[in-house]
Design a protein around this ligand. Sequence first.
Ligand SMILES: [Zn+2]
Length: 110
Amino acid sequence: MVVDTAQRRLEDMLADLDQAIAVLRSEHPEADQHTADAGASLSATDRAEAALDAMRRERAEVLAALARTRAGTYGKCVDCGRPVPEGRLEARPAAARCVTCQAKHDRFRR
Ligand SMILES: [Zn+2]
């Protein structure tokens, strides 16, 4: 994928995430403050909190990928430096690692 194309897609993703986060925060202000009171539906708050966490993580990945497009290292695995396969970048423009390194990374994280 051409870096310009990747950059545009990443910027679109960032805008979408920012919007989704803003919507979720306005609908579930308690999820953002971690101060859910006992009367509120805890499971809904928990779900909103989990969704917010996931979106913030994805947002951080997108921002890191955008930084790599500017640094000229986009498309290279951040761990081994080998090119990340085109198909993987197409499916996941924010991917930071090749499949092998991502698998290792995920194993360590669990
Ligand atoms: Zn790698």
